[in-house]
Design a protein around this ligand. Sequence first.
Ligand SMILES: [Zn+2]
Length: 429
Amino acid sequence: MSEVTLIRGATVAGAPQDILLSGGIITEMGDNVSAPAAQVLDAGGLIALPGLVDLHTHLREPGREDAETVQTGTAAAALGGFTAVHAMANTEPVADTAGVVEQVWRLGREAGHADVQPVGAVTVGLQGKQLAELGAMADSAARVRVFSDDGKCVADPLLMRRALEYVKAFGGVIAQHAQDPRLTEGAQLNEGEMSGRLGLAGWPAVAEEGIVARDCLLAAHVGSALHVCHVSTAGSVEIIRWAKSKGWPVTAEVTPHHLLLTDELAVGYDPVFKVNPPLRTKADVQALREALADGTIDCVATDHAPHPAEAKETEWAEAAWGMTGLETALRVVQLAMVETGLLDWAGVADRMSVRPARIGRLAGHGIPLGAGGPANITLYDPAAPAETVSAHGASKSRNTPFAGMALPGRVVATFLRGNPTVLDGKLSR
Ligand SMILES: [Zn+2]
């Protein structure tokens, strides 16, 4: 496709618009835009969103290329409508130095499917003992602003305080995986009726909520930004709502799977439903949806966590934690949030692009579509007939909990700085 593209008749904020892309930016937007030399893409009936941004992706490279690579993970991202992803630090080696974050950043640029913004580890080796070189990662070519030990909780309150103090100087944010390690020793499934029935060790809501409450207080005390990863309980929502009502610098995300699935799915002991934090109850799902709708939870983040088949196709207790999610995120959000009347498409643009880019301190993304802005665009067909999700996608791994489920909608095209990464639902490069 030529460098100049005219998207004809896409719906933006409820009204059909023509969008002209040239030189990586949106040069014109409105009715009856004419551009004789442009490649025309008829987008009647399609929703145009600013390119989606994921705050929480596991790309697994370096070290676990059997599960995912930057190449395959960003291809999955593009197919899901994402133009930028934040790559979590729990790689091998851990992304706890300028060298590793620069490596991941460079691999992202080479792959070209989506911008890759590395997240730096908070502690050396994710060991929770000593702060990593946060300043060196911030000053590196990767310009890291989000730090997280995700997969593990920064459980030591003094270390968490020091991390918040450190990143305050350059406007960074600590993204916490809120899991009290002592309260979740051996835990397998949300503590409740299902864990009792299945004889799986329970993972109590308080193990998340206790850390969320403590960290909100620390963020307020230090005056530095906290982001709460993958909120999964109604109680966490209440704590975050309270912290925000105080004006504290706290943001939060929810995953697509926690917006749709419950612990009842564990009934057949299929480890595809084993995830950290665990799937919770219907009441939690409802509270999470309402919190995303009212803005208490700022954004959707996938926690895309690919694993090779042998790590998931085993007994529940032995299986790896996590689910893939990039390719299905927008469709799940349509089902859980749009079709329930909780969010309109402008709301989806805000929760899946604008706010995650802002929280991730990501320049050039999350900017509402308009003339002069970057040509990062997702074209989505919400009326596409519900199609059954296949486990076989662009991701190297197949551990999607949505396999076999009928989800509505279809990502038709994705543009990264005016270049199509996806056209007609297929990778274009
Ligand atoms: Zn996590």
